[in-house]
Write a protein that binds this ligand. Sequence first.
Ligand SMILES: Cc1ncc(COP(=O)(O)O)c(C=O)c1O
Length: 372
Amino acid sequence: MSSAEPSFVPISVVRLPHTAERAVVDVLRSGRLAQGEQVAAFEEEFAALHGVPHAVAVNSGTAALVGALSALGIGPGDEVLTTPFSFVATVNAILAVGARPCFVDIGDSDFGLDPAAVEAAITPATAAILVVHLFGQCADMRSLTAVAQRHGLAVVEDAAQAHGARFGRTSAGAFGVGCFSFYGTKNLTTGEGGMVTTRDSALADRLRLLRNHGMASRYEYVRAGHNWRLTDLAAAIGRAQLPHYDDVVARRTANAAALTAGLDDLDELLLPVEQPGRRHVWHQYTVQVRDGRRDELATGLAGRGVGSAVHYPTVLADLDHVAGVARGADAVPTSRRCAQSVLSIPVHHHLSEPDIERIVWATRDALRPNHR
Ligand SMILES: Cc1ncc(COP(=O)(O)O)c(C=O)c1O
């Protein structure tokens, strides 16, 4: 191995454009660190990127989800249909507003909710569908929005991992109420942060109240609220990345294509696929490993200098704090199989060609040590 070869290829690398440093220094020097002009500009730019009239910045993706459900008036007595194959914040948001999670299975070609299963799970108590656009690819929004319309249900999109993803010509976050995260390792990051997108101006107004103590104007409180405000420091960091975001997605897309080209003859793996008509933004490149060999592959990759991660090892329906209150845990076989078999390997936009070669070689060598 030559000294030019990377010693370890991590699952994610955070390296921001140098313009972010300048932008942060400008905010520091302005003396206004809390929510102000930078947040307002970030909201406007983010809304434009997703083709929606309103974006409301908050301080996490979790706050975005809780805020979206609250602003829709969802609470005790309501059921929310969702996937058990997601990050825990998806279900915690439903619990936080006092509603009941009802789990529905996914398809393993896009890891998104199965529309037929969603329709079959609707009861008179169902108020909303909380769709997750997992790993950077939209769920089947044509079918899911049709189901929601037929039954008069709200659609909330957990687009925490799907900034700029599209289904047809429509962006993630533009079908229903979109909830994005800017957590430290997301494609777009402000360290911590979130955004809600909507076409509904009254809902956007309610969210602005909710994020700021229910305050309509100074010390005029019109409802109970929270402190979910994003800082101008964070917004400046986010804004600095927006002009480069298409390049970020293009790099991730090229990396995903190179991984697929290097691995697609391996029948030990089921590789992720960008579904026709969708724009995948490749937050993760998540393979399904057959025959119970997932953990063996993860260990083999680590030994060959490649990071990987299991997103996610447990279905949400089985978590102790969820199991007692939710329904649907017994009808999610695909989610359970994915939780046993998935492994994410590096696809981030800072990978070099030698990094990609390393990942492909390490994956092949870990699975087939005698067949180089
Ligand atoms: C699918 C999903 N939903 C929700 C969240 C919550 O976002 P945050 O960590 O910004 O609260 C995340 C990210 O962490 C996520 O990946």
